[in-house]
Design a protein around this ligand. Sequence first.
Ligand code: HEM
Length: 204
Amino acid sequence: MRKNELERFNYGQRVVHWVVALSFLLLMFTGLAFSYPSLTWINTLLGGGAAARVIHPWAGIVFSVGLVFMFFMWVKSMFLNKGDREWLAAIKAYARHDRERIPPAGKYNGGQKIFFWLQILLGIFLLLSGIPLWFPEVYGSGLLVTMRFLHFVLALGAGLFLIIHVYLGTIAYPGTLGAMLWGSVTRGWARLHHPLWYKEKAGH
Ligand code: HEM
């Protein structure tokens, strides 16, 4: 870490995050290929449809276990406080990059905390709706149709949130991705995006 940088995520946190992220991407791409015939080539790259049907549920297990770790690792920091509610009330100012009107955020802003809870909830329901689809012979066809629909809608929601998450963590706010790659951010980045956290870390 360079002199003007602050540690944002330790090694363990980054490993957990990337296990969750990579397994999620694998799930999303294999799932899209199951759903849209024009995308079956994705599963061909992974060894064909039969291989993808084995890979997808096991990637789901890796994702779910990773999410359990992620939950316990971050839950303490993810409860919304008064400052977060003020931040959320000013979310339009955040979207417009109208800095003067954005209330100061702590380590995570209100939007990041909501994203955390949404992904945890979606993860739980994706797992619950995915299990019957993994063992179709055990369940009735009525339940399977409902679960297939639910699984698809939940996955669509999680995919949309992920696109926003990746956009905010890369293009919209340069300097953020480094936090998850090598664990640190510059002091300037911290002061600009998470001023309360900066004060806490830098002690002024
Ligand atoms: C390839 C995809 C992904 C990229 C590029 C990415 C990038 C990032 C970055 C840069 C951060 C640090 C933000 C900060 O320091 O303020 C972060 C945090 C986080 N990521 Fe990801 N991520 C990805 C996938 C995922 C997935 C699939 C999940 C969960 C299902 C996830 C959950 C989180 C959570 C809960 C945090 C902490 C709170 C937050 O910053 O929103 N990420 N991610």
